[in-house]
Design a protein around this ligand. Structure first.
Ligand code: ADP
Ligand code: ADP
Length: 227
């Protein structure tokens, strides 16, 4: 059973067609790597999945339900987490507050409960010792690990990653990929737009190669890379 089913998805900005009929299935527990040249529509597709963009045609089903007709988008976004290239942490909040923010304000969790869970997640991404500092004092790799903890704090069913390591200095790419790899091992369903072919080959169950607004090729890493 698919968590996400993308069916003939199209997206245009004015007269410019960016997605031209994308089809993709993502099953529970799968890690799907989206690869392809810059401008091929990868990021647009991710933004359509969590309804940051309104789709032009086709459909996206989340657990069998069309997101095009969903009224309650905040509800949908609780279930679909997103990690961005540029971290998007709140600069005026400590690391711990960043991770607690959405559970407390959106999910209305009691503070002590949210705090305990946030601390547990910060341990998981190896950022526990930095919980009281502000994001500006962190390296890019550390910021991205906090961003991952923040996304996990909402207990999403699926996590979307939009080039999570592209803005990092090379020496920090590994620590972020390591956290993502650990997450994959726990069974988290993930869609990862990435230029890291090593990650796609080693961690992904499925690789989709996008070009010119469609999925040109799709298969296991072996099927896509070893021909
Ligand atoms: P990728 O993630 O594969 O690099 P994107 O989805 O970011 O590709 O972009 C695909 C194409 O859509 C690009 O040509 C880009 O210029 C265009 N595009 C993306 N967002 C917008 C927008 N808000 N308005 C107009 N064009 C856009
Ligand atoms: P330092 O803070 O000294 O730079 P880190 O604690 O950030 O070191 O990371 C040390 C190494 O452990 C990293 O190179 C990374 O590969 C790995 N690592 C860090 N966090 C995790 C994690 N949550 N899961 C798996 N490996 C991790």
């Amino acid at each position: 059973k698919s968590i996400i089913s993308i069916q003939n998805l199209t997206k245009s900005y004015g007269s410019t067609a960016v997605l031209k009929g994308v089809n993709l299935e993502v099953k529970k527990g799968e890690v799907v790597a989206i690869i392809g040249p810059s401008g091929s529509g990868k990021s647009t597709m991710l933004r359509c999945i969590n309804a940051m963009e309104k789709i032009t045609g086709g459909d996206i089903l989340f657990n069998g339900k069309s997101i095009a007709n969903m009224k309650n988008l905040p509800e949908l976004r609780k279930d679909i987490g997103m990690v961005f290239q540029h971290f998007n942490l709140f600069p005026h909040m400590t690391v711990l507050k960043n991770v607690m923010y959405a559970p407390v304000t959106v999910r209305k969790e009691p503070r002590d409960h949210a705090q305990q869970y946030a601390m547990k997640l910060l341990k998981k991404v190896d950022m526990y010792s930095k919980m009281d500092v502000y994001p500006s004092t962190l390296s890019g790799g550390q910021k991205q690990r906090v961003a991952i903890a923040r996304a996990l704090a909402m207990k999403p069913e699926i996590l979307l990653f939009d080039e999570p390591t592209s803005a990092l200095d090379p020496e920090m790419v590994g620590e972020v990929l390591a956290v993502m790899k650990e997450l994959a091992k726990t069974g988290m369903t993930m869609i990862v737009v990435t230029h890291e072919m090593g990650f796609a080959r080693e961690v992904a169950n499925k690789v989709a190669f996008m070009d010119e607004g469609i999925v040109m090729e799709e298969g296991t890493p072996e099927e896509v890379f070893d021909k």
